[in-house]
Design a protein around this ligand. Structure first.
Ligand code: APR
Length: 234
């Protein structure tokens, strides 16, 4: 593969699986145990905010107990040593890329480490146990919610992502099933703008046909291998 200058990377739950965080659509995944309509929609939150917040409080506690895996660490190394820009976009709301040392992470689905005031839009560090009645530090109204993007809401940073996709030389998708848009359409958009596309995933994703190259395996093995190749270390 010729050396692209600007690498754009999209990650999903699969990159954090080997750190011990469950994925959504694999066998036994989160959406096989919970109904996404209850936990990941504004309507579900309005119906039972404490049930939703208990879920995010539990996920936040889990993330505190786990560590980045070699895949996260390899992407941080690539960002440090690559000859050109590396844009890292994640669908994940955990902070394992940051813990691994990635300098800049675009959280298109938000992050569960931040609380958001549904009344005034103020953001603050999520407390260990968030309650919907927590008063907003800014407007004092009791309208706290997780700063995550639910189904039916608009993902964050789409303009910045769109710009990156138009100037990518290589687009790499890691650990995502390619089922949720707009993220699932990024590979096709990058390809249409002239990028080569690579998928690193445990198994072919729903949009596998859009990739010029696919490598299947565990992220903690195939991502460090790919980064070593890119940095001419292999
Ligand atoms: N290594 C590499 N890939 C893996 C591993 C692993 N160890 N384990 C699982 N995978 C792959 C699976 O094969 C699957 O294709 O990761 C993908 C996980 O897919 P999903 O569970 O659908 O997660 P994701 O694609 O991130 O979901 C997208 O859906 O519910 C919403 O907001 C949520 O951001 C999430 C979005």
């Amino acid at each position: 593969m010729s050396k692209p200058d600007h690498i754009v990377i999209l990650t999903g739950a699969g990159i954090s699986a080997e750190s011990g965080l469950g994925t959504f659509r694999d066998v036994g995944g989160i959406w096989s145990r919970y109904d996404w309509r209850d936990l990941a929609t504004p309507e579900g939150f309005a119906r039972d905010p404490d049930f939703v917040l208990d879920f995010y409080n539990w996920r936040r506690e889990k993330v505190r107990a786990v560590k980045p895996n070699p895949a996260h660490l390899a992407l941080a190394r690539l960002a440090r040593h690559w000859q050109g820009p590396v844009t890292l976009i994640t669908q994940n709301v955990d902070n394992l890329h940051e813990q691994a040392g990635s300098p800049e992470v675009i959280h298109m689905h938000g992050t569960h480490l931040t609380a958001l005031c549904a009344a005034c839009g103020h953001r603050w560090p999520a407390p260990e146990v968030m309650r919907a009645t927590d008063p907003c530090p800014e407007c004092a109204r009791p309208r706290a919610r997780p700063d995550v993007v639910w189904f039916g809401e608009t993902p964050y940073h789409l303009n910045r992502i769109g710009e990156a996709l138009t100037c990518a030389g290589l687009f790499v998708s890691i650990g995502t099933s390619g089922t949720v848009y707009p993220a699932a359409g990024f590979a096709a958009a990058a390809r249409a703008a002239g990028a080569r596309t690579l998928e690193l995933n445990l198994e072919p994703s729903q949009n596998a046909t859009v990739f010029d190259e696919s490598r299947h395996g565990r992220a903690s093995e195939i991502v460090p291998e790919w980064v070593a190749e890119m940095l001419n270390e292999s």
